[in-house]
Design a protein around this ligand. Structure first.
Ligand code: 6CS
Length: 349
């Protein structure tokens, strides 16, 4: 039996046992509500020390503190309980209570979520990106769609601008002709790079380093903190500060688990999530800036190219066919969500 299936069965048994123990409260001798002892598992799709790991560790620390240790939180980085696609299934089935994931992972189930991968859609200013993620009605529509798939979305946050790496400068769409660009597994991300004439190559995150080393792919795209911690800069000569999109992630709970929580636990989760949202915004800002400097220091021959506004404008125009592709993938409801998000972004400018 595959290791992931054994793990799934094991965690389902633990999950059922935990569900049987209840997610709520009982009264103590003085009649006050007492939170029952329980364990919550949160998995994320990055490695220890990453932005998602910082979120998960903060979540653990605050939940354990606010519940006086009644709730213990276990954090599982990518690979420890399956991969990011399996995390979604595990949250839906109650094996995991919480997941930190990105919209691409659910893109084939809820195609509308892929709109975050459209280039030049979210604002260039990261404070404005954060404001949109925290207030958007379009995003509330996405959250509602998740309910139909057994997930309660609790928080959205940015992890930094997506930057290209390559062994040559990428300054114009022509530079992408035939370029084997590693992407995450989302049909829309593929379409965004096809719009530049690239040859997008979906590949799991943990295989990107060796893919670059072996020449299976020519380049990849990720925030600076990830380019540093995954060591992509060791096997790429150029980093383009291109900022065509932002890596957006979200926290979701399994819907059945979440609905079974007492009101008190739900409100503790809400308070903790609000704190994590503020915390992680600062963490990603710091990590992205510190780690760019760390990469330059570790590899002085690394070329860092900041695209000019004129160069970005050429990419912006070349990226527009991907919006039509989004509408064909996500249908009329996707179009409605996209139009609303565009209006919300415009209103901030
Ligand atoms: O490129 C990826 O696949 C991944 N990038 C980040 C920054 N987080 C997780 C994701 O799987």
């Amino acid at each position: 039996m595959k290791k992931s299936i054994v793990l799934l069965v094991l965690f389902m048994i633990i999950g059922l046992f935990a569900a049987g123990c209840g997610g709520g409260q009982q009264a103590d001798k003085s009649g006050n509500d007492k939170i029952e002892k329980q364990v919550w598992k949160i998995a994320h799709e990055e490695i220890p020390g990453s932005v998602q790991d910082a979120y998960a560790q903060k979540f653990k620390q605050l939940i354990e503190k606010r519940t006086n240790g009644a709730v213990q939180v276990e954090v599982y980085p990518v690979g420890e309980i399956g991969d990011a696609i399996q995390h979604i299934e595990f949250a839906q089935s109650g094996v995991l209570e919480f997941i930190l994931t990105n919209p691409g992972n659910i893109g084939t189930t809820i195609p509308e979520t892929q709109l975050f991968y459209l280039h030049f859609l979210l604002p260039d200013d990261e404070e404005q990106v954060r404001e949109i993620l925290n207030t958007s009605k379009a995003i509330e529509m996405l959250n509602d769609l998740h309910l139909d798939h057994g997930l309660k979305v609790l928080d959205w946050f940015p992890e930094g601008y997506m930057m290209w790496t390559a062994n040559k400068p990428l300054r114009t769409p022509e530079d992408f002709r035939g370029f084997k660009m590693r992407t995450m597994q989302s049909p829309l991300i593929v379409a965004t790079y096809e719009a530049y004439g690239a040859n997008p190559t979906p590949m799991p995150y943990l295989e990107v380093y060796s893919g670059l080393q072996l020449g299976l792919i020519d380049g990849q795209v990720n925030p600076l903190f990830a380019i540093e911690e995954m060591k992509f800069y060791e096997v790429q000569d150029y980093i383009m500060l291109s900022k065509q999109d932002t890596f957006v992630a979200y926290l979701a709970a399994g819907l059945n688990f979440y609905e079974g929580l007492s009101d008190e636990l739900k409100s503790i989760v809400k308070e903790v999530v609000d704190e994590c949202n503020e915390y992680v915004f600062e963490v990603q800002k710091r990590l992205n800036s510190e780690r760019l400097e760390a990469m330059k220091a570790a590899r002085p021959s690394l070329n860092v190219i900041e695209l000019t506004e004129e160069e970005r404008e050429v990419f912006r125009q070349a990226s527009m066919p991907a919006r039509e592709r989004f509408v064909s993938i996500a249908g009329p409801r996707g179009k409605e969500i996209l139009d609303l998000l565009v209006q919300e972004v415009e209103a901030l400018r």
